[in-house]
Design a protein around this ligand. Structure first.
Ligand SMILES: Cc1ncc(C[n+]2csc(CCOP(=O)(O)OP(=O)(O)O)c2C)c(N)n1
Ligand code: SF4
Ligand SMILES: [Mg+2]
Length: 285
């Protein structure tokens, strides 16, 4: 079992002081420790953005992929070696703008990965442009008169895509977020955890205080995560009250269980010498 001290790296952390990513990072490491995982059993994949630097800060197998392609990359990692616990990290721009096309497919297939979205409602790394989750009226250098587009609702998108686990956490509630991470990572299939992650440099609207005044915990209000209708209703709630917790959970087989070749064990551990390539080439000629 990995110790917390083994998960650190010598890389200098360049996130802005106070960034919500710090809470998310520490919480994630604690979740790995509490799940009793070994370092070599875990693979993380991240996109491009401030969030993406997380691959430098956790001492596990890590792949810093390109903007918007966390899900196909993580899917490939999982299918190549389903012995790994695979967690993808994306930004809201990464996940819900350029990468949105991958969400419904990973979700409907129930690919066995956890998808953590650092949702700061802004493009952080590129210095503060309006993002797909920015709310209507949001003022930034790309929308100086306020965004006239309604923000995308990631939880509604995930539910509509048949995701089998849909949750929202808040980086300012680390104990609560740690439990969400543990549940998502233990879930068989696709698990989205959208994390409200304050960007203290560029987003002066959705601050720690903004969320502290609004978030409430679903489990304290008798929410039933087995009810799709109830989950949908809660997913649409954003105003004076913002729900955090597990919105929806459903048990169904993970994507990899459809592949007979994977029943013999992870592909990464199968010897290519045993594959009759000539017979295969003949078959597909
Ligand atoms: C294909 C591609 N398009 C655009 C960019 C430029 N780019 C880098 S990060 C980024 C957006 C970052 O915002 P987000 O995904 O929300 O991550 P954050 O920095 O907020 O964590 C963009 C547009 C890129 N690197 N690659
Ligand atoms: S720009 Fe925002 S998201 Fe990026 S490190 Fe700074 S505070 Fe965090
Ligand atoms: Mg962002």
């Amino acid at each position: 079992m990995v110790e917390l001290s083994e998960l650190g790296t010598p890389v200098e952390n360049t996130w802005c002081p106070g960034c919500g990513n710090f809470g998310l990072l520490m919480t994630f490491k604690n979740a790995l420790v509490e799940l009793g995982l070994e370092r070599e059993e875990v693979a993380i994949v991240a996109g491009i953005g401030c969030h993406g630097k997380i691959t430098d800060y956790v001492n596990v197998n890590a792949l810093h992929t390109i903007h918007g392609r966390v899900l196909p990359t993580a899917t490939g990692v999982k299918l190549a070696n389903h012995g790994l616990t695979v967690i993808g990290f994306a930004g809201d721009g990464d996940a819900y703008n350029i990468g949105i096309g991958h969400l419904p497919h990973a979700a409907r297939r129930n690919v066995d990965i956890t998808y953590v979205v650092h949702d700061n409602l802004v493009y952080g790394l590129t210095t503060g442009q309006t993002s797909p989750t920015s709310k209507r009226g949001y003022v930034s250098k790309t929308t100086p008169r306020g965004s006239f587009e309604p923000g995308i609702n990631p939880l509604v998108q995930a539910l509509a895509s048949d995701a089998s686990f849909v949750a929202r956490g808040f980086a300012g509630e680390p104990h609560h977020l740690r439990e969400l991470f543990k549940q998502a990572i233990s879930h068989e299939g696709f698990a989205l955890v959208d994390v409200l992650q304050p960007c203290v440099t560029w987003n002066r609207v959705n601050t720690y205080q903004f969320y502290r005044e609004r978030v409430y915990k679903l489990e304290e209000e008798g929410h039933d995560p087995g009810s799709f209708d109830e989950a949908y209703m809660r997913a649409r709630e954003w105003g004076d009250r913002i729900p955090i917790g597990v919105l929806y959970r459903e048990e169904r087989p993970a994507y990899r269980k459809n592949f007979p070749a994977l029943e013999k064990g992870p592909l990464a551990r199968q010897s290519p010498e045993k594959v009759d390539v000539k017979r295969l080439l003949k078959e597909f000629k």
